[in-house]
Design a protein around this ligand. Structure first.
Ligand SMILES: Cc1cc2nc3c(=O)[nH]c(=O)nc-3n(C[C@H](O)[C@H](O)[C@H](O)COP(=O)(O)OP(=O)(O)OC[C@H]3O[C@@H](n4cnc5c(N)ncnc54)[C@H](O)[C@@H]3O)c2cc1C
Ligand SMILES: NC(=O)c1ccc[n+]([C@@H]2O[C@H](COP(=O)([O-])OP(=O)(O)OC[C@H]3O[C@@H](n4cnc5c(N)ncnc54)[C@H](O)[C@@H]3O)[C@@H](O)[C@H]2O)c1
Length: 450
């Protein structure tokens, strides 16, 4: 007899695994399916491998910043193959350990490409599976591009698996992926060109700090082309000829590799959502605030494949999955709380944000105190030889609470977490300043930033 599960989860990434484990722990019969090895984008093809490769670049950059200050950085180099092996040491065991963990929690683990054939039926490689509920956690995929030669681009997953690093790389798009990867390859001696169609890259970050980040990127040889579009990509004898256009002027750039960093869309196109009566778009499945489909009550969504107010980031995916699981289990309609979730672009140094942008805060009519500090001559930057760093903290004068924080500097990816906590808990700057940080740490700079 065919089994009807309480829940089938589609996608074994951060969101899917969190929800499957939570529901199984409450005694539900749960199955999870993925067409790729378990672990999803973050652990296998995103955050974690990326930051391991970045470590090589950090070491080179740190040594160069200290050149002439007691360190001889001449001759330092990245061995890409060894760094890649270091990455594999982390990523290779993930699928099995994740699958073992799920099985230990009583979750049935399935493999294959899933597709809805009706409102409550999912087919996996030709076999039908029924459930009372489905959680779609299928993540995102590179946005389809339409310029001639787009098929020659590699995507972020291919990049994070490159056996060798070529001498020249052109990145299409000036977002998270292109800047993070360009900062890695620039320290490995590869020339990087970033082509972005907008005037300002990374639009969801503070414009002043983005300009500083671009300045620092230029210093390490990254060539940003703004307001520039790709006309076509053509293979050549020794790589690719990329024709770009700005203000009606065309230019051809020769490069070894062209990488897609032009955005991602929810991975839903082949999921048969129309057969299930589920409304969806490129931002994801249309859900109510509590993450249930607006058109099929049996279907829920979380993470990059859900159209929510949360950004497509790992902490958002996990938090949404936990809320969706809890709502399914308890038949409640709680909405996720996105307040105080920080984000970082892992350039070197990193660019971070939590809460509102200055323009957003002003649009909300907040009586704003802006604490904008050039921190490049502060002790924490001086110590490591960093020449470019800054902080911008936005405070609501009427409550003394932080409504936004924007940082660019060494180790500021850690510091932003404290500011996120302050926003989440509604701490006043007076309360924050009353806490004593270990000295000297970047945390001890917080008082001066406020
Ligand atoms: C290069 C890169 C770097 C990133 N770095 C960061 C970072 O530093 N910090 C951060 O917070 N976020 C980062 N992100 C974003 C982060 O990875 C995602 O927000 C997060 O992984 C989303 O988790 P998810 O569970 O929603 O989806 P995913 O982790 O993408 O999991 C979805 C799973 O569903 C499977 N699937 C899809 N369709 C089907 C189907 N029809 N049948 C069966 N299985 C299916 C996929 O194979 C996949 O395993 C990065 C993303 C990329 C691409
Ligand atoms: N550190 C992190 O948290 C991290 C790292 C990587 C990715 N991510 C997630 O993955 C998502 C996708 O990353 P991404 O970097 O691909 O996208 P993105 O949305 O960050 O940036 C895409 C950029 O490409 C530009 N663009 C789009 N089409 C173009 C074209 N044809 N020619 C030139 N420019 C073009 C856009 O204007 C935009 O500036 C991010 O939004 C983020 O949520 C997060």
């Amino acid at each position: 007899m065919k089994q009807t599960y309480d829940l089938i989860v589609v996608g074994a990434g951060m969101a899917g695994v969190a929800a499957a484990n939570k529901c199984a722990a409450q005694g539900w019969s749960v199955a999870i399916v993925d067409s790729l090895p378990y672990g999803g984008t973050c652990a296998l093809r995103g955050c974690d491998p990326k930051k391991i490769l970045r470590r090589g670049a950090e070491v080179i950059d740190s040594a160069r910043l200290m050149h002439g200050k007691g360190i001889d950085s001449d001759g330092l180099a990245i061995s890409w193959a060894d760094l890649m092996e270091h990455k594999h040491g982390f990523t290779d065991p993930v699928p099995q350990s994740m699958e073992d963990g799920l099985a230990d929690n009583g979750v049935t683990t399935l493999h294959g490409r899933a597709r809805f054939t009706g409102p409550r039926t999912l087919e996996i490689d030709g076999v039908a599976h029924d459930a009372d509920r489905f959680l779609v956690a299928t993540g995102a995929q590179p946005r389809p591009l339409d310029f001639p030669g787009h098929e020659h681009l590699i995507d972020s997953s291919d990049f994070l698996d490159l056996a060798q690093l070529p001498g020249h790389i052109l990145f299409v798009g000036g977002g998270f992926i292109s800047f993070e990867f360009a900062h890695i390859v620039a320290r490995a001696g590869t020339s990087a060109v970033v082509v972005d169609r907008g005037e300002r890259p990374l639009k969801s970050f503070d414009p002043d700090l983005v300009e500083l980040m671009v300045e620092r990127s230029t210093q390490v040889g990254i060539d940003l082309r703004r307001r520039t579009s790709i006309v076509e990509v053509q293979p050549s004898d020794d790589g690719y000829r990329v024709t770009i256009e700005r203000d009606g002027e065309q230019e051809t750039i020769h490069t070894d590799l062209v990488v897609h960093g032009a955005g991602r869309v929810a991975e839903l196109a082949d999921l048969g959502l129309d057969a299930a009566g589920v409304e969806w778009g490129e931002r994801g499945i249309q859900v109510a605030a509590h993450l249930q489909s607006t058109t099929n009550p049996a279907v829920w969504a979380a993470g990059d494949s859900a159209d929510t107010a949360g950004m497509p980031l790992t902490p958002v995916a996990v938090s949404e999955a936990k809320v969706a699981a809890s709502n399914m289990l308890k038949q409640t309609t709680t909405a996720p709380d996105y307040a105080g979730i920080p984000t970082a672009v892992f350039t070197i140094p990193e660019l971070t944000r939590v809460g509102m942008l200055e323009a957003e805060a002003r649009d909300h009519g907040i009586d704003l105190a802006v604490r904008h500090s050039d921190t490049s001559d502060w002790y924490s930057s001086y110590r490591v030889g960093e020449t470019t760093s800054a902080a911008k903290i936005l405070i609501d004068r009427s409550t003394d609470q932080i409504v936004g924080a924007h940082l660019f500097g060494p180790e500021y990816g850690e510091l932003v977490n404290t500011l996120g906590l302050a926003i989440k808990l509604g701490l006043t700057t007076r309360q924050l300043k009353s806490a004593t940080a270990a000295y000297p740490t970047v945390g001890s700079d917080l008082g001066s930033m406020l």
